[in-house]
Design a protein around this ligand. Structure first.
Ligand SMILES: Nc1nc2c(c(=O)[nH]1)N[C@@H](CN(C=O)c1ccc(C(=O)N[C@@H](CCC(=O)O)C(=O)O)cc1)CN2
Length: 291
């Protein structure tokens, strides 16, 4: 069971995806009005290519916690009428986020710092790493680190151990904060919930390992970082956020790595915050982000 944060316990978020047609917005608004809800934020988008409709609403409903089952029950006929995929989430229900890291700890540090400053609406029950280095990073934040070494011969056993940790800690979201192990399709399927990765290049350029070395060899004038959902295909999942920074011929690979760290941690933090606030909707292998 996710913890309830101190945010407005009567606030909820409703995400909707369906085929676009007249009457969708009116039907949703009318239903919420009839249930006594007050809409405080609403955003929508219709994809021109396939006329797919996306909507995100935030609303307040007094006694939300007790009235949620009845609200869901009353919304179902509207969802069925329009063929909606939908998700109704109390804003106070804080997601449980596991962070995975290898040796580069700047993205982990960013997430832990933002959590400490209450700028990230999540609870981090554990950090998982294939190396022990981050133990000193997490200690001041009181977050346990589970060191699960991975070798080609032990990968399956290691993934089974990590999956059990995800289950026992009731993890809703995994964030790969420069975790340098490729997750198997089986792991992704068995976890069955969102996994966000920060790739240290402006995808789709420079997929895979060592993107800064690849970028330097190519003579790029921009380096970047990409936060994306993880799929079985490496660095090919739906992109949530990206950013870039200028570089030049005087910059060695080490300079690209140094400059890139700032971009990586900013992009990952923004993407994770948007996911935690239920602002990211999937559209095939793309996203609609109501930032
Ligand atoms: N199924 C997926 N797993 C992971 C993804 C992904 O998109 N899908 N992203 C990576 C992160 N990553 C780049 O951002 C990345 C990590 C690791 C490698 C790689 O070649 N790793 C080698 C071994 C590395 C080591 O010895 O530590 C490997 O696993 O064979 C490439 C890209 C995280 N996982």
């Amino acid at each position: 069971m996710q913890a309830l944060s101190q945010t407005n316990v009567n606030r909820a978020r409703l995400l909707i995806t369906c085929a676009d047609r007249p009457g969708v917005v009116a039907a949703v608004s009318q239903l919420l009005y009839e249930q006594g809800a007050n809409v405080v934020d609403s955003d929508q988008h219709t994809e021109p290519d396939d006329l797919r409709f996306f909507m995100r609403l935030e609303f307040d409903l007094p006694g939300l916690q007790e009235r949620l089952p009845a609200l869901e029950q009353s919304f179902r006929p509207v969802a069925e009428r329009f063929g909606m995929q939908w998700q109704l989430t109390p804003a106070a229900r804080v997601k449980r986020m596991a962070v995975f890291v290898s040796k580069q700890d700047h993205c982990l540090q960013e997430l832990l710092w933002l959590l400490k400053k209450s700028e990230l609406a999540a609870h981090i029950p554990l950090v998982v790493s294939n190396h022990p280095d981050a133990r000193e990073v997490v200690a001041p934040f009181g977050v346990p680190l589970h060191h699960v070494p991975v070798t080609p011969d032990t990968k399956a056993q290691a993934e089974a151990e990590v999956l059990e940790l995800m289950r026992t800690h009731q993890v809703d979201l995994i964030v790969l904060a420069r975790y340098m192990q490729i997750l198997s399709a089986g792991f992704i399927e068995r976890f069955g919930r969102p996994i966000i990765n920060i790739h240290h290049s402006f995808l789709p350029a420079f997929v895979g390992a060592n993107p800064y070395a690849q970028a330097h060899a190519r003579g790029v004038k921009l380096i970047g970082a990409t936060a994306h959902y993880v799929t079985a295909e490496l660095d090919a999942g739906p992109i949530i956020d990206q950013d870039v920074h200028r570089v030049g011929h005087r910059d060695a690979v080490a300079d690209l790595v140094r400059i890139g760290r700032r971009v990586e941690r900013t992009v990952l933090a923004r993407a994770v915050a948007w996911h935690l606030e239920d602002r990211v909707l999937l559209h095939g292998n793309k996203t609609v982000v109501f930032a």
